[in-house]
Design a protein around this ligand. Sequence first.
Ligand code: LLP
Length: 382
Amino acid sequence: MFPVEKFRNIPTPFYFYDVDLFRRTAQAALSEAQKYGYVVHYALKANANEKLLRLLSAAGFGADCVSGAEVQRAIDCGFPPQSIAFAGVGKRDDEICLGIDHRIFSFNCESEQELEVINELARAKGTVAQVALRINPNVDAHTHAHITTGLDENKFGVNLWQLTDVAKKVKQMSHLKLVCIHFHIGSQITELSPFAELCGKVNDIQEQLGQAGVTVEHVNVGGGLGVDYERPTENSIPEFAAYFALLNRHIKLRAGQTLHCELGRSIVAQCGSLITRCLYVKELQKKNFVVVDAGMTDLIRPALYGAYHKIENITPQNAEQKVYDVVGPICESSDTFDKDVALPQTLRGDLLAIRTAGAYGEVMASRYNLRPLPRAFFSDEL
Ligand code: LLP
């Protein structure tokens, strides 16, 4: 599946995106969502590559942004401002002003103080900003602790006990229009049951708010649909049909309400791989190491979360299998992509693909050790 011959002259490491798979994935997500009239905001934080963003905006996705720079990037890449949700627990004033000036769809607000600040900034500009209340529903997403966001102990959103109070206050703020309630329980959620639980909470919350005289036109259930890191080839397109059907089965929308979601990982993860070259093979008494030229600066997920990414030797050969630790060049033991990986005997110069790296890969790269940022190549441009 990889055009290995075409990779020969490209300096490694680099990200490779299978554009055909990307299009099919995006199309699958969109067509399943549209069956129910749902709106999908693509979460730019997963991958903000301009080419991919232009394809998504042209296909009809909205955008979910978490910084002023992401809002600007979304607009530059063709997303209509009215399709942009701007989330984040700490928005700076200049970032809020950018959103107000572009009349974005919603500021997803996380505290009373933030609402007051947006109200004042909108007042100063003589306009009204659309806001969503991000509500922390206290649902356990059963995923990695670093990417669980919907529990009471997390820093995100307005807690249930404050909710009615805060919602009533927003109604009083003359330069805000409350258009949406927003939720996000975590990322890389592979069982659908937490989403069903979330829907139940959303229904209760709508009931509670309704009794307090607060109704909204939109409900945003956030992102989080997981992907199969173990079997990227067999399971290259996530179960969008099951996800949207489950939302539809469990959520009770009021008349005229629109459901929104913010998918990131599930749209881009499988189409991207980090391509790296074997620099050295160290065969020691206890272990064999394959030292590659990509490091945690290019893909930090294994070092940061202990995340698994499937590794393949993509240089054609039929050597027998050996077991290796695949490590990067950086002087930290956490610079390890995986341990005890069975690969065909690997030699200096072989190319390896680290799979399912399209989401939270390129965007989380750093210049630690003054290493250059990895470049991106696309299957339809090679
Ligand atoms: N909406 C909100 C409010 C979010 O916080 C996130 C992700 C998303 C949507 C998109 O979630 P997705 O569909 O991609 O799961 N760097 C970590 C993931 C952090 C996710 C943060 N929030 C990783 O590499 O696993």
